[in-house]
Design a binder for this molecule. Structure first.
Ligand code: UD1
Ligand code: UDP
Length: 369
């Protein structure tokens, strides 16, 4: 089988690394990087650390308005799909790169397979929510990470082609945690002691592109009883500067560059708690047993809230302050995201469910008499 995998943004490199490894043992992978993320620390570092092969194609779309960015991806991806004739297009998560792949697959009549299908925040003002819904409805194979995701798909009438696989980020973290302890020196480099700092990340449009929300988050983080380490996404740095919040942030928080995956996992594992609006970081915190306060009003990863590892505090200053001080304790340790073999399961399903490639027509045997 030949699979065309589409990646473009930081979390997709982490997810694709898990599946790519298995995929290349079972068949052929054509790896396409849309170029949505292009900075060294948002892209190259993940390929190096996670041993992801060099992409076969880089569409070089870079940053733009969402409409233009997605349109460029579609226009540049279609000829690649035409040229490589894959048996399926494999998509991850909920970014504009995901949606572009779903549209090209459905327009070219190529099977579409979606990893992380069925997640819903129920907040349609979030660009990612629309990307998820459209991608799921254009997909032939839907790989759901949890029972709740399967139920969300069923509510929308999607049952055929839905498989509960577990979550590939769980596979990823099992390996990364151990490697980060061996390889990362980030705690020493930043002079941090395990359990004695808070980690923070912010990049969600609803937080970065609203001055009042961003200011509330910065001020609340500044009130934390422990030092706050803040690897800042370039989008967040831009907005902090534009809104005149940069010095307020850097005065109280240790603002650092976005980190490579292993250093970031080491920080997350060692943090006393994390404050984030990231989807992936909420889950990784849960896997690593680090309490999380989520700077949003809702989450797709509802299981982490139900068992008390994650608290939704929105961009609300007083709720963030309280959650940074309060010594709340989780109530349970469930395992809703599989057993760390989601990548293997996904590749097995691709092998089982995709039609076998058509055999080359055989020449009729020629009779010699
Ligand atoms: C994107 C995804 C989001 C995901 C996040 C992961 C969409 C709609 N959003 O958000 O779901 O959680 O990636 O990190 O697909 N920029 C750089 N360098 C880069 C890339 C971006 O400086 O390499 C800056 C640019 O100013 C750009 C801004 O960040 O305009 C936003 O980038 P974009 O890819 O549009 O969205 P993200 O916020 O990264
Ligand atoms: N991450 C990282 N370095 C950082 C911040 C995040 O390696 O400085 C990793 C994190 O471990 C997770 C992924 O990036 O695997 C999450 O990406 P992000 O928060 O950008 O996107 P989301 O998950 O919200 O889509």
């Amino acid at each position: 089988m030949r699979i065309c995998s589409i990646v473009g943004a930081r979390p997709q490199f982490v997810k694709a690394a898990v599946v790519s490894r298995q995929l290349r043992e079972a068949g052929e992978e054509v790896l396409v990087h849309t170029g949505q993320h292009y900075d060294e620390e948002l892209s190259d570092v993940f390929f190096e650390e996670l041993d992801i092969p060099e992409p076969d194609y880089n569409l070089g779309v870079a940053s733009d308005t969402h409409g233009r960015q997605t349109a460029k991806m579609i226009a540049r991806l279609e000829p690649v799909v035409e040229e490589t004739s894959p048996d399926a297009i494999l998509l991850y998560g909920d970014t504009n790169s995901t949606l572009a792949g779903a549209i090209v697959g459905s327009k070219r009549d190529v099977a579409v397979a979606h990893v992380e299908a069925g997640l819903r925040s129920e907040n349609r003002s979030m660009p990612e929510e629309i990307n998820r819904i459209l991608t799921d409805h254009a997909s032939d194979l839907l790989f759901a990470p949890s029972e709740a995701a399967v139920a969300n798909l069923a509510e929308e009438g999607l049952g055929d082609g839905v498989y509960l696989t577990g979550d590939v980020m769980y596979d990823a973290i099992l390996d990364a945690r151990e490697r980060s302890h061996r390889q990362s020196t980030i705690l020493e480099d930043l002079d941090l002691e395990p359990g004695e700092f808070v980690l923070a990340t912010v990049h969600r449009a609803s937080n970065t592109d609203d001055r009042a929300n961003l200011a509330s988050i910065v001020d609340a983080l500044a009130s934390a009883p422990l030092p706050v380490v803040f690897p800042a996404h370039p989008r967040t740095v831009d907005r902090l500067e534009e809104y005149g919040l940069w010095s307020r942030a850097t005065e109280h928080l240790e603002v650092i560059e976005p980190q490579g995956y292993l250093d970031f996992v080491r920080l997350l594992d060692a943090a006393e708690r994390v404050a984030t609006d990231s989807g992936g970081v909420q889950k990784e915190a849960f896997f690593l047993g680090t309490r999380c306060l989520t700077l949003r009003e809702e989450t797709e990863w509802v299981e982490t809230v139900d068992c008390g590892w994650n608290r939704l505090v929105g961009p609300n200053e007083s709720r963030i302050r309280e959650a940074l001080r309060d010594d709340w304790q989780p109530t349970a340790d469930p395992q809703p995201y599989g057993d760390g073999t989601a990548g293997r399961r996904i590749v097995e399903l691709l092998e089982e469910q995709l039609p076998a490639p058509k055999a080359e027509p055989q020449a009729e045997p020629v009779s010699l008499d």
